[in-house]
Design a protein around this ligand. Structure first.
Ligand SMILES: *Cc1c(COP(=O)(O)O)cnc(C)c1O
Length: 394
């Protein structure tokens, strides 16, 4: 498969990036080797100098990792992709490669808590400051820009409240001020949203979530243009070493083969659960962009091809009611992960968002009665039954 432009997304998800070896294997091979051998001293020298392309050492050249990178680049429509040991190392590598002391970031305040810690606790120590703004407030983004602003960072939809950023508008703003727009596309994946086509510069992935989709491995990736991603971020990773293991890359290749189908199914199931929850008298509000009642439903419908598997709902009975629902499930997993075939239930106020003060939580809309659901691929009727056990006790 040479010219990816000729093929549809679902075909690329199954086949892009495969470079069949002399063994003529059908499924992607796993190159579990730390180093590679050369024909001669001269060839080794040519590979090291970059005059000849070839595998050297799996910290920065491994065929299984490369297959995953090429497949994900094809799916996002990017020139280059580099795989990383985790989603967090994808974010760290991007910032350390493209920023320097004295630079400034404008970030949505509704981002993954650990990403916020990278900005506040670590980058700040090296003279890179971050201003946090409400995700959907374009005026606030513009007002936060300083002469030294180099990077915009956001996740859309937000987790867990399903707020939507208008990527195309933010891309215009970032171009006007010559900053880079970095989008963490973890929740939609390229199956549902392709930010590069809307003008974003760089895509971040936690492959741990929907790209694997079966809760097996931790990993990440950065996708974008050849110069920034293929050279600058690759150069940082090659030197600093937070790269992806070939075994995890192989698992993610298998995950990508079913990504199209899984994202359709997650979306269909989450829509059904959201509509079911919305009718419950014990529920104050359901946060899911696929609902017509969602204030940004139109924007989400324009920007995304579907609405994904993550939703949240707020119980009128507060924390006690939320914990009753969680403690009454039989099979839904009580954990803080997401993007798995297994449905997952979480109480954000006391887990993922517990490090925030009560005030910060209130201002972010994380009320004590809020429950997050990562809707899996079990029977949708069984998921409803499992949740109903808690509703029966309220
Ligand atoms: C999980 C997550 C990350 C971090 O990824 P890891 O693979 O756990 O390091 C980053 N961003 C978002 C949106 C996530 O959900």
């Amino acid at each position: 498969m040479d010219n990816y432009d000729l093929y549809d997304f679902a075909t690329l998800a199954v086949r892009a990036g495969q470079d069949r070896t002399h063994e003529r294997e059908n499924s992607d091979p796993l190159f579990l080797t730390s180093s590679f051998v050369f024909e001669s001293a001269a060839q080794a020298a040519a590979c090291f100098s970059g005059n000849e392309s070839g595998n050297i050492y799996s910290r920065f050249t491994n065929p299984t990792v490369r297959a995953f990178e090429q497949r994900l680049a094809a799916l996002e429509g990017g020139e280059s992709c580099v795989a990383t040991a985790s989603g967090m190392s994808a974010i760290l590598a991007t910032c350390l490669s493209l920023l320097k002391s004295g630079d400034h970031i404008v970030s949505s305040k509704d981002i993954f808590g650990t990403t916020r810690a990278i900005f506040n606790k670590y980058l700040a120590r090296f003279g890179i400051e971050t201003t946090f703004v409400p995700l959907a407030d374009l005026t606030a983004w513009e007002r936060a820009i300083q002469p030294n602003t180099r990077l915009f960072f956001l996740e859309t939809p937000s987790n867990p409240l399903n707020e939507i950023a208008d990527i195309a508008q933010l891309a215009q703003l970032s171009k006007k001020y010559q900053t880079l727009l970095v989008v963490d596309n973890c929740f939609c994946t390229p199956a549902l949203q392709r930010p590069l086509e809307l003008g974003a510069d760089i895509i971040i992935h936690s492959a741990t979530k929907y790209l694997d989709g079966q809760g097996r491995c931790v990993g990440g990736a950065v996708v974008g243009d050849k110069q920034r991603v293929g050279e600058e971020i690759f150069g940082f990773l090659r030197t600093a070493g937070p790269t992806l293991s070939p075994f995890n890359a192989w698992v993610f290749l298998k995950g990508l083969e079913t990504l199209t189908l899984r994202m359709e199914a997650h979306s269909r199931q989450a829509q059904a659960i959201a509509e079911w929850l919305e009718k419950k008298p014990e529920v104050a509000r359901v946060y899911y962009a696929g609902l017509a009642s969602h204030p940004q439903h139109q924007l989400a419908a324009k920007q995304q091809s579907d609405f994904g598997g993550l939703l949240a709902f707020e119980l009128k009975g507060g924390k006690a009611a939320a914990w009753t629902i969680i403690d009454s499930v039989s099979f839904i997993s009580i954990t803080a992960n997401l993007g798995d075939t297994k449905s997952i239930i979480t109480h954000p106020a006391t887990t993922t968002h517990s490090r925030l003060s009560q005030e910060e939580r209130e201002s972010s809309g994380i009320k004590d009665g809020l429950v997050r659901l990562s809707v899996g691929l079990e029977s949708v009727e069984d998921i409803k039954k499992d949740l109903q056990q808690g509703f029966d006790k309220l």
